[in-house]
Design a protein around this ligand. Sequence first.
Ligand SMILES: O=P(O)(O)OC[C@H]1O[C@H](O)[C@H](O)[C@@H](O)[C@@H]1O
Length: 304
Amino acid sequence: MVLSGSQAKGLQITPRYMELHRMPDSIRTTEPVAGYPVYEIDHPTCTARVALHGAHVMEWQPKHVSDPVLYLSPEAVLREGKAIRGGIPVCWPWFNAHPTDPSLPSHGFARSTFWKTGEFSTDGDAVTLRFTFEKGAWHAELRLSLGEALEAELTTTNRGDQPVPVSGALHSYLRVGDISAIHIEGFDGCGYLDTVGAPAARRQDGPVRFDSEVDRIYDTHGSSRLVDPTLHRTITVEKSGSPSTVVWNPWIEKAAALGDLPDEGYKDFVCIEAAIANDLAVRLAPGESHKFSTRIRVEEERRL
Ligand SMILES: O=P(O)(O)OC[C@H]1O[C@H](O)[C@H](O)[C@@H](O)[C@@H]1O
């Protein structure tokens, strides 16, 4: 982890801050970099780390599985304005390049800004964290439920007086034992936009396997299953409210070009992202809201 700190304006962890943000016993506020709070969770069902920056789940591991479920790059940078490489970046209020203004950041503002904390609570099944973020007319609330399963639900509300578009993604980086050995089920027969090279519309035939760069936007509201023979487990990604699922692995050249990912890091993850992409952006009338969510769970084979 590269610790390159900056002081988030007004975000000093003082006794007063702690009093205002009293935590359930299973949540502890840490500050791996000055002014960069990270909530550490140790609950009977799971352990996790969530950064206030981007409302970003960095790590999550249910106690019944042997390996972390999410991939976090060992070269991820914790600095205001820079998205964390790995975990679950919240891409919002648009996905990828802005449709009309190339000067705006790829994947929106939310992943590279501090959010505000809402209510944190816990029960026997999970820890629930709520965060909010506002930019112009766009208001977002992210609810995270971290237990044996992980749920992330993003609600956008138009608080302005004109219609606004919204798209985005819950960009889960899932750890794998060996990218060449995994396959993903759930897309057979599904149409997709292949965005490696010149964009091309194609149809999936059988499971998705990896032997080169993959960057695809599948047209589906359905769930998918990542089968990992090396880690002896299957990860199921369910979702609602999003018409696309993005599957991404940068492979060799793109991984080498990413400064916050080791050159060999592409072997260790695949992204399966609940997304609203390209021309499927939702148009919200003033006062209107839209929700989309993802739910991730893991079944591990018993190892002898
Ligand atoms: O490097 P980033 O801006 O985090 O984007 C990482 C990736 O996100 C998505 O999966 C897109 O489909 C990819 O085209 C993009 O490369």
